[in-house]
Design a protein around this ligand. Structure first.
Ligand SMILES: Cc1cc2nc3c(=O)[nH]c(=O)nc-3n(C[C@H](O)[C@H](O)[C@H](O)COP(=O)(O)OP(=O)(O)OC[C@H]3O[C@@H](n4cnc5c(N)ncnc54)[C@H](O)[C@@H]3O)c2cc1C
Length: 326
């Protein structure tokens, strides 16, 4: 690993001040689980790390009386999973947090780091593979080993977004605060993530080098929300999603009033399955509807060999998520 200086700011102002002259040689450090691995593999080689851990006020989860929730970027995934209010009111988020890695990983990894973590595609992670995301000419997964790659929204790169929190938070309609030395902006989480074909292929989000993600805001869910997170992984003890489904659902008696269906592990971003949502809205809450929603969820999906299994897998998970709300 290249040597670097560690800056330990004691305030958010000092932290964003240190990022003010954006350069790829300064990086934000939170739990370090992802960033330090990238540095060891020479994927990023910053001269300086801005360690957020000493910045006060970013490690809290707060609910308003109306039920809106604000989550600081330094809240650990484990603290999110265990928070009584989150478990009671935002089940999909508590379940997603509980599905992240192992207890050790959850006790160190932060919410901000989880949303900003980089892809796990093994071509991207290998310092020896100069793939498209690292300035090369080719996404090697297309003709190479693609068991874990995208079936939706891919091209020209076929990474999948690794975060479990992201689909759950998109299903809940969350926004994030991004702060720099001259101000801050609120961005809907759904628009925080970017497809490889619609921006800078080297990035997965709209976060700028001079910005810190400080908070996640979850609006108070409309009354009667049912929600769940269903994830399938290759290794039962801890693993990233091969495919996952975050579901938020509102019913009116025997019919679905509204649903949000967001897929993880199958696209370069948390994938809002709008055709599935349309199949559910106003329909009877029954198996035939679940099957139509499952078909809608994979509308446009395309495997290219080893990842073909993700299509039936995703359909099954959508049905399982709906059944669990019965
Ligand atoms: C073995 C293993 C298994 C895992 N399994 C899962 C899993 O099943 N599901 C899952 O969702 N995740 C999983 N993870 C990912 C893990 O949860 C993330 O690595 C972790 O959440 C990253 O958080 P961190 O605080 O360590 O971030 P860091 O490593 O400190 O940072 C990660 C990236 O985000 C940037 N960053 C961090 N915080 C901020 C901020 N507040 N503002 C702006 N930029 C920021 C950093 O610059 C860096 O680029 C796994 C990780 C490992 C090592």
């Amino acid at each position: 690993m290249k040597s670097f200086t560690l800056f330990n700011p004691k305030s958010l102002g000092d932290a964003v001040g240190a990022l003010a002259a954006p350069t790829s040689s300064v990086k934000v450090l939170a739990g370090g689980q992802d960033l330090l691995t990238e540095m060891k593999e020479h994927l990023v080689e910053p001269d300086k790390l801005v360690n957020l851990k000493g910045v006060p006020g970013l490690d809290r989860i707060e609910f308003t009386a109306a039920g809106a929730c604000t989550i600081g970027a330094l809240v650990t995934v484990g603290a999110l999973e265990e928070h009584a209010g989150v478990r009671e009111r935002l089940r999909v988020l508590a379940e997603a947090a509980g599905s992240v890695g192992s207890p050790q990983i959850r006790s160190v990894g932060t919410v901000g780091g989880n949303l900003c973590q980089r892809p796990r595609c093994w071509y991207y992670r290998s310092e020896h593979a100069k793939c498209l995301k690292k300035g090369g000419d080719e996404c090697f997964s297309f003709s190479g080993q693609n068991k874990y790659n995208a079936i939706l929204g891919g091209g020209p790169s076929y990474i999948v977004h690794p975060s479990d929190l992201a689909p759950a938070l998109v299903a809940l309609g969350a926004t994030v605060t991004l702060k720099c030395s001259t101000g801050e902006r609120q961005v809907a989480l759904e628009r925080f993530f970017t497809l490889p074909g619609e921006g800078d292929i080297r990035r997965e989000t709209v976060l700028r080098d001079d910005e810190v993600l400080t908070h996640v805001h979850v609006p108070a869910p409309a009354a009667g929300m049912q929600s769940t997170y269903v994830k399938f992984r290759e290794r039962g003890s801890y693993d990233f999603a091969l495919a996952s489904v975050a579901l938020a659902l509102w019913r009116d008696g025997a019919r679905v009033k509204e649903a949000r269906v967001v897929l993880g592990g199958v696209a370069p971003i948390p994938w809002r399955a709008k055709a599935a949502e349309a199949a559910l809205a106003g329909a009877a809450f029954e198996a035939a509807t679940f099957a139509r929603a499952a078909d809608g969820a994979v509308q446009g999906a395309e495997g290219f060999g080893q990842n073909d299994y993700k299509i039936p897998l995703t359909k099954g998970l959508v049905q399982r998520a709906l059944q669990s709300c019965g």
